[in-house]
Design a protein around this ligand. Structure first.
Ligand code: NIG
Ligand code: FE
Length: 418
């Protein structure tokens, strides 16, 4: 069994685990990381066997290989719980138009936005889409990201939506990173159904969702509930149809307007409600009672120059707040999760510890994978990142292109070196 030793001897706390708890484990809530100074970590195959102070290493553990963390900080592998990974083309032209004053919705009304990427994606071969996703995943691995949620949603016809989900299946089979696929056929109503939105909703419910479920291509069903996308009633019908087929519900909720997304996510017992920049304060208590994870996406907020979601009010109400990139070619064209964490601190007033829990255990909860991912606990996957930083606070404060020196997923080195 490999042992990673000499973790955090240069830091105030080493692997972020106080009081005998495992790093990033649940007790204590959003801001509790449980750092272990001078820690060691032992794993066997893909699974963590032991974590604790190095001088308490049990003698009966058969350690064969010793790796030296050089006194650096070790965190659980980062979990990016909201991305639109597979898409054709880019939309730098729209970035420029928005900078000149046009709004996201205006550009969408003129055939840009999601519709532009749908056209580009349909015209891109599987081979090219696969190659692009592989390179994004490598970039993410170098930053310490070991699990990635990936949405479809740039196909918007049965054939292309299934193609995108099959691409994720291929990538999951070949990569040590964990990929969690989500069906987002309800991203917008595609141009060929203009004026016939009921027919598109029927296609989603009667054909696409059953096909996705039959091939077990997605764990979740997501809907973009927004002006110009889908209404509360449509979203409810689509998500309930998904739930009946065993797909958990996720929702792009209250991003550009207060459209009732927070309330619907709570009503349906969604796994997560994502965005929430404009959530109605009255929905926050319902989200807490329903155990919905709020996923904040501060890179999208940065690019759209929007006010942030009320992260403090959510945390104070007991809603777990995750942080993710929303990586997509329109509103969040960067897969840099540590940048999202920095923005969660500066724009959402989250502490660095709260932000890290939001991209580890709480992000894993937003994917219903918290029994397997998100903390350095025996029995969980041996996914972790070694950071050149004295503490979690110092890591996000002294922001660099990349502070991650090594990433291990399923017990194997996938980026950097040790
Ligand atoms: O999460 N909100 C919908 N989807 C993306 C934007 C997609 C796009 O503009 O291509 C988002 O921000
Ligand atoms: Fe999104």
């Amino acid at each position: 069994m490999p042992l990673l030793r000499n973790i955090g001897s240069r830091c105030a706390g080493g692997a972020p685990g106080a009081g005998g708890r495992a790093p990033c484990a649940a007790p204590g809530g959003q801001g509790a990381l449980h750092p272990i100074p001078r820690a060691g970590l032992v794993w066997e195959g893909e699974t963590i066997r032991w974590v604790g102070p190095e001088d308490a290493l049990p003698r009966d553990l058969r350690v064969e290989d010793e790796w030296d963390a050089g006194g650096r900080l070790v965190i659980p592998g980062l979990v990016d719980c909201h991305t639109h990974l597979a898409f054709g083309g880019w939309r730098a032209d729209e970035f420029e138009r928005r900078l000149q004053g046009e709004s996201y919705l205006d550009i969408a009304r003129q055939g840009g936005g999601i519709a532009a990427t749908v056209a580009a994606t349909r015209a891109t071969t599987d081979q090219v889409l696969l190659a692009r996703c592989r390179s994004f995943l490598l970039e993410m691995a170098a930053l310490g990201v070991t699990a990635v949620e990936c949405k479809s949603g740039y196909g918007l016809d049965c054939e292309t939506e299934l193609r995108l989900l099959r691409i994720y299946r291929t990538l999951e089979a070949e990569s040590a990173q964990r990929l969690v696929p989500t069906f987002l056929g309800a991203h917008v109503v595609p141009a060929e159904y203009r004026g016939r939105r009921d027919a598109y909703v029927a296609l989603l419910i009667e054909e696409m969702l059953p096909a996705v479920a039959r091939e077990q291509l997605a764990a979740f069903c997501d809907v973009f509930l927004e002006e110009g996308a889908f209404t509360v009633d449509e979203a409810r019908r689509i998500l309930q149809a998904g739930q009946a087929l065993g797909l958990g519900a996720k929702l792009h909720a209250d991003q550009l307007s207060d459209a009732g997304g927070g309330g619907l996510a709570a009503e349906l017992g969604a796994v997560s409600a994502d965005h929430l920049e404009r959530v109605n304060p009255s929905a926050i208590g319902a989200l807490a009672r329903a155990g919905v994870v709020a996923v904040s996406l501060p890179i999208a907020g940065l690019y759209l120059q929007q006010p942030p979601p009320p992260a403090r009010a959510l945390i104070e109400a007991g809603v777990p707040v995750a942080v993710a990139t929303d990586f997509n070619p329109g509103t969040a064209p960067s897969p840099h999760l540590p940048l999202a964490l920095l923005l969660a601190c500066t724009r959402q007033r989250m502490t660095p510890a709260e932000a890290l829990k939001g991209a580890t255990l709480y992000a894993a909860r937003a994917l219903a994978r918290h029994r397997e991912l998100g903390s350095l606990e025996p029995g969980k996957r041996a996914d972790f990142a070694v950071l050149e930083a004295d503490s979690v606070t110092h890591w996000l404060y002294h922001f660099r292109a990349n502070a991650c020196v090594a990433t291990v997923a399923r017990g194997a080195l996938i980026a950097g070196r040790l």
